[in-house]
Design a protein around this ligand. Sequence first.
Ligand SMILES: [Zn+2]
Length: 510
Amino acid sequence: MRASVVFLLLCSSLVWGQPIPPTPFELEKKQSLPDSRTIGDYLTTLDTLSPRARLVALGTSAGGRPIQALLLSESPPFLRDFVGEPDKPTVMMFGSQHGNEPSGAEALQRLARELVAGEHPELLHRLNLVLVAMANPDGRDLRRRHNANDDNTNIDYVALQAGETRLLVEALHRFDPDVVFDAHESGIWKRVLTRELGWMTDVEAQFDVGNNPNIDGPLRDYTESKLLPELIARVSEAGLAAVRYRGEITSLDQAVSRGGLGITNLRNYAAMQGRVSILVENRLDNKGGTYATPRNIAERVRKQHLSMLAMLQLVADEAEPLLTVSRRARQQWQSAGAAGRTLWMGMSFDVNRDQPEITLPLVHFADGHQELHRFRNRDAIVTREPVTMAAAYAVTRERERVARWLASHHIAFETILEPRELLADRLEITEVRKQPEAQPGVREKVQPEVMVNREAVTLQRGDLLVPMSQPLAPLAALMLDPRSANALYQEEGWNWLQPGEFPVFPVVEY
Ligand SMILES: [Zn+2]
């Protein structure tokens, strides 16, 4: 009896007779953060030690650092050819997309170590995992939010300006995850709220999911009404107070809402591709506090790890319904609510009439006492400008550049080889205004006034035709249509929104 207990204990930390070493961060007694090269070496070690782990190169960062995915699976075809399994969700997890939020990378290494060592065995029986521990290795080594080029990859999912974003999008297509989990940390110390007004936010774990109203209806319903509340309940039960994300709170007189609705972030972008998409924001303690480890990093990693583990257990338990909605959404998009293929070009948060005010806890910076504060609640989503999805979109300007951009998104298109006449809704921009609701710190958008004229149009050789009979059609339409709040033309380097006939327009029949 005793011998078998000892044997089992040994097995839990050994794979094929090899001990699994602690992560570099654990080896440093959680007192300092290892650099990206040390982390890369550790992931290579896990790959070498375990037949259930495989390290895959995704590409390099702007600063020339490798970006890698560690695959963990009991399925040889998944490890060899990245082929998903019919009854197992593929979960792709991204750590530290913001370099100054390092605990995600550490929590993912710990998770990988545990799984390789045989802990949480039910997870690898029921899931295939793709862990991108360091989504932004430049930011890691340079101790900054952005990459070496100063790109914020976190809001680059429409423009795909940064190489990092392009390779992460490529990885989404390569591994085709059913679930995408994006791990962040949220600073509780804010310039105005804390330094000027004396308060800090008081949150441990905040979660949000894809919330753009154009996400496939059944997928969005399931994720928001079933998965998210259950995740929040489980994390709270595990001892970490979890809530739904309220957005950044930077002053006392602001309104609060939820995570942004735009598709420029990974959360909504991945959800528009038909994936369950979850964001966690764990507490990033303030610089001035006194902690057992620098800036409470050990505790922050513990919280992030707990959030990840609870998510994986929930996804494993929910495998069947989750796979049904997410895989169907990737085959064929359904608009929310009303029948038909309707897209909302405009959307924003507005006053929640059922609950116009809410109270949230804040902590007094000077003495640490907690107090409830009232905030205006603007978490109701208002949709504007419904547009019936066209048969296709035509592109008649900078066609080679647009073709490369479409290819980066894996959006299918056709290049016109000889003049072709078709029926189209030509879009004429009559006026361009600055968006009235632009908040300080949020990038400025412009709002075009658009007139629609249905007419016969002749496309010329070299023009592009983007058919809407593809699974990524709603994503493509939201980026290509100038009426859309997330049009490509709101991005730097694409400022095409000028009065006159617009060079990209819906095609009615072709
Ligand atoms: Zn972040």
